[in-house]
Design a protein around this ligand. Structure first.
Ligand code: SAM
Ligand code: SF4
Length: 341
């Protein structure tokens, strides 16, 4: 493989898709307990199960050496992992070398006031902040432990630090349906892009109701079209998001519909849990435990590279979030906070 350029994709799956995007969950812990994501009394993993920051570095650097050029750090809440800025700092060397094109994260925003400037300093330029409502009481209801003012201050700090913020909103019928235009107007005023996500059936979230019910983005789109002229944008990030522009405001709005299969053919990503398990598809249970290989060979990258390459060759064509396939409701038993959203 010595004739391959350092950052040319070397991970090609059986359907000829180059894998250039790695999402890494760095912790299963979180300071919120969003009702669609976690039960209130979660049992978290023992520390020794988690990849250490050094192991995360080795793992991500190996992927980058294999052509991964976009790294998204997620969780749980990535910014509650102790020492996480050391890891971001370490990853910035790959931005400096040009091997990595983008280092980014998805966060609930609670710790941004503290970390925004440091993130910018490590080379992060764009972040996703999850926010489902602008109503403080509703915010507390959906996150159970979160405080809206803290997140809004975090977003402000991020923007002041020079980070571009995209707002991720889970669409919950009967919960934030009535806030659709309020949220859109707010994002327009603040010049932030926004993406709506259909709620996915993942993990045991306890006996709570899902706050709202499933709100199809098709219905949301129809509501948006009553007030705005929607133009479909051809761009794709190789993931489940589709984008439209609202002509009246120029805003870019994304829709993530994980239950549809449309996007699988252009899938460019894999996900790694905080314990070093690689999931080749968000909607499938198949995984490869890379942590065991990494720990068994502390001074030799070759076995890890072979394990990653073998895993990519098992990447399935598409997922099973389909109410008619394989499982009764296509539910995946793991939590989103484990695989990382
Ligand atoms: N804690 C961070 C956050 O909330 O942004 C990162 C991890 S969180 C698991 C990543 C994304 O997954 C968030 O935008 C969250 O709203 C979304 N998410 C969690 N559970 C979900 C579910 N059951 N269906 C759809 N989206 C979900
Ligand atoms: Fe925490 Fe994010 Fe899950 Fe909410 S969605 S409980 S913030 S990991």
């Amino acid at each position: 493989m010595s004739n391959v350029a350092p950052n040319a994709p070397r991970l090609i799956d059986p359907f000829a898709r180059p894998i250039t995007y790695l999402r890494v969950s760095v912790t299963d812990r979180c300071d919120f307990r969003c009702v669609y994501c976690m039960a209130e009394n979660m049992t978290f993993l023992p520390k020794k199960e988690l990849l250490t920051l050094e192991e995360l570095d080795r793992m991500c650097s190996t992927f980058i050496g294999l052509g991964v050029e976009k790294l998204r750090i997620t969780g749980g809440e990535p910014l509650v992992r102790r020492g996480i800025m050391t890891f971001f700092d370490a990853m910035s060397r790959h931005l400096d070398s040009g091997a990595l094109r983008e280092l980014t994260l998805t966060t609930n925003g609670s710790q941004l006031e503290r970390f925004a400037s440091d993130l910018y300093a490590t080379g992060v330029r764009r972040i996703n902040v999850s926010l489902d409502t602008l109503d403080a009481a509703k915010f507390q209801r959906v996150t159970r432990w979160g405080r809206l003012d803290q997140v809004l201050r975090g977003i402000e700090a991020a923007r002041k630090a020079g980070l571009r913020v995209k707002v991720n909103t889970v669409a919950l019928k009967g919960f934030n349906e009535d806030e659709l235009f309020t949220l859109i107007d707010w994002c327009a005023r603040e010049d932030m892009d926004q993406t709506f996500i259909e709620v996915m059936p993942m993990g045991d979230i306890g006996n709570e109701d899902r706050v709202g019910q499933y709100w199809s983005l098709k219905d949301m789109r129809a509501t948006l079209a009553e007030r705005f002229t929607l133009t479909d944008l051809p761009e794709s990030t190789g993931g489940p998001a589709r984008y439209v522009r609202l002509e009246e405001t120029g805003q870019k709005i994304g829709f993530i519909t994980p239950l549809s299969h449309e996007f699988c053919e252009s899938c460019n990503r894999v996900r790694m849990t905080c314990t070093g398990e690689l999931f080749m598809c968000l909607g499938q249970e198949d995984k490869a435990s890379l942590r065991d290989v990494l720990r068994a060979h502390p001074d030799d990258e070759a076995p890890l590279i072979r394990a990653i390459e073998a895993a990519i060759l098992r990447k399935p064509e598409g997922h099973d979030f389909d109410y008619s396939r394989q499982k009764p409701d296509g539910q995946v038993s793991r939590h989103m906070s484990h695989t990382g959203g």
